[in-house]
Design a protein around this ligand. Structure first.
Ligand SMILES: C[S@@+](CC[C@H](N)C(=O)[O-])C[C@H]1O[C@@H](n2cnc3c(N)ncnc32)[C@H](O)[C@@H]1O
Length: 222
């Protein structure tokens, strides 16, 4: 017989959750319910312990102009994004400026979608790949690149204010190219894209999270 989660001490609960995560038993709604059962003020740290994230390395000294240093998104924003897009197993999710990979891994674990991170800082990419390999997540990958310099593809893109200025303009041009081929959703945290003519903003239940649907002529909405 299983104990109720509330009846378990914190250490036992974490050990069981890790074992279930590694065996593939903890996915989708079961993971979502478990995360929501953790008190909100502990949730971010709890998820990092579950995924095995340690302190990030310091940001590299020579970040290019317009690039924002590493800071992880809140788990609540990620839960809201997955539910409100809604992210599906047949989506191709891309986090532009993925840091240690918290968003990429959770997006995949919660939805089953293929998920990719694009990150400028090589030490962060190495850490993210190592965690992914340990958790055996073959549908999750990380590219070491400047998002403004590579061809992009995917159906759902996530940006936690990773860059600004000309770098953001260049990435938006690349995203518009994707949207000419297929409908896309762009999810932003603490970043407004109000003046972009090919995007339509959607209301969300979270002030810090905004969703935009592409509306390039001839390409239907998702
Ligand atoms: C605010 S953090 C967001 C991290 C992650 N997306 C999350 O929400 O947890 C921004 C990240 O974007 C990365 N970054 C900044 N400019 C970039 C660029 N041009 N291409 C790829 N990554 C970039 C930074 O190194 C940093 O890790």
């Amino acid at each position: 017989m299983h104990d109720k989660p509330d009846a378990l001490d914190a250490g036992t609960r974490m050990r069981r959750a890790r074992a279930d995560l590694e065996s593939g038993a903890l996915r989708g709604d079961a993971l979502r319910e478990l995360l929501l059962s953790v008190p909100a003020f502990e949730r971010d740290g709890w998820v990092d312990a579950l995924l095995g994230f340690e302190e990030p390395p310091p940001d590299v000294a020579d970040l290019p102009r317009g690039a924002v240093p590493y800071l992880p998104s809140g788990v609540d924003e990620i839960l809201a994004m997955v539910a409100e897009v809604p992210l599906r197993p047949d989506d191709a999710f891309v986090d532009l400026g993925s840091g240690l990979g918290r968003v990429v891994m959770l997006a995949h674990l919660l939805s089953g979608a293929r998920a990719q991170g694009v990150e400028l800082q090589e030490p962060l990419v190495h850490r993210a790949r190592a965690r992914c390999a340990e958790l055996a997540l073959p549908r999750v990958s990380f590219v070491h690149a400047n998002a403004a310099d590579i061809e992009l593809d995917g159906s759902v893109f996530f940006l936690y204010a990773p860059f600004n200025g000309e770098m953001l303009s260049a990435v938006l041009r690349r995203l518009e190219d994707v949207a000419r081929r297929r409908p896309i959703v762009i999810c932003t945290v603490d970043l407004e894209l109000h003046g972009v003519p090919w995007l339509r903003e959607r209301e969300t239940g979270k002030v810090s999270l905004t969703l935009y649907d592409s509306c390039v002529r001839g390409v239907p909405l998702r």
